[in-house]
Design a protein around this ligand. Structure first.
Ligand code: CO
Length: 277
């Protein structure tokens, strides 16, 4: 019998508003669950009310980490200060290394229909916080899918079975978009010593003898495999695993550095137009 991880905690997330009035649920980066190192934040969008998303996220800066946008339904137009522009369609992923600084906008390009997806923030260690910004637009058809006994796993970053995800990151992380049929079982062997969480975002699972319904974050204790079984309507899970940065965090809005003086520098650079030059 392989060792199996036990549940440490289950979190429901916190409804909030960000950007120009986009309603979302903050799953990580809340008073309850500050981070799952190296994952600083996870926002989940899921709405069919255009008033709740249409204004999107106008120009805003980032420094010191990577942002990952995972679009499941709907479309989002992205433009940044480096000159990149792209339209995220259902299933597409955008992986952006903000590094020393980028200013960008993310605006839904649809006036009706459901908008569903995630934004994940991956921290960077001090040695990488001020690297040159980098941007990858990954269309859905470049993301390998591993199918097995009722499970369908899109490999966004890292390896799973014999597939390797196309996303490049400065961090050793594994990101999987897992979809399970009703009653399907799924298990994974995380790399030793890494932190991980599951975001159950559709349906429900049984894990460690506990039933967990969407939307929820599950964190774990110990080492060994993670095992889940989907409920009667199946389940969709965002699986995130990575090596902790283990450094002090100074955080102010869209800037995540190691010290308060680095945050002051980021604010000064932004205010004087030097953040993204
Ligand atoms: Co942003």
């Amino acid at each position: 019998m392989p060792n199996t991880r036990t549940i440490a905690n289950v979190y429901a997330g916190l409804p909030t508003t960000d950007g120009a009035g986009v309603k979302l649920t903050r799953m990580i980066g809340t008073p309850e669950l500050d981070q799952v190192d190296p994952f600083l934040m996870l926002d989940r969008m899921d709405t069919d009310d255009p008033d709740a998303y249409i204004a999107g996220f106008p120009d805003h800066p980032h420094r010191g980490f990577e942002t990952v946008s995972i679009m499941l339904e709907g479309q989002m137009r992205h433009k940044d200060s480096v000159g990149n522009e792209g339209l995220l369609k259902p299933g597409d992923v955008q992986w952006m290394t903000a590094g020393r600084g980028i200013i960008h906008s993310e605006i839904p390009e649809m006036i009706e229909g459901r908008l569903r997806g995630f934004q994940l923030w991956v921290n960077l260690p001090a040695e990488h916080k001020m690297v040159a910004p980098k941007y990858q637009d990954i269309p859905a058809d470049q993301i390998p899918v591993v199918e097995n006994n009722g499970s369908s796993v899109r490999v966004i970053r890292g390896t799973y079975e014999d597939a390797t995800g196309p996303a490049e990151s400065l961090m050793p992380v594994r990101i999987l978009d897992v979809n399970l049929d009703a009653q399907a079982g799924w298990s994974i062997a995380p790399e030793d010593g890494r932190n991980l969480f599951l975001c159950i975002h559709e349906g429900a699972v049984t894990c460690d003898s506990q039933e967990v319904a969407a939307p929820s974050i599950i964190t774990f204790d110990g080492n060994g495999d993670v095992q889940v079984t989907a409920g009667d309507t199946g389940a969709s899970i965002l699986y995130c695993e990575g090596t902790a940065v283990n450094e002090p965090i100074a955080r102010y809005g869209p800037f995540v550095m190691n010290t308060h003086s680095e945050i002051r520098q980021a604010v000064d650079d932004y205010n004087s137009g030097k953040l993204a030059t």
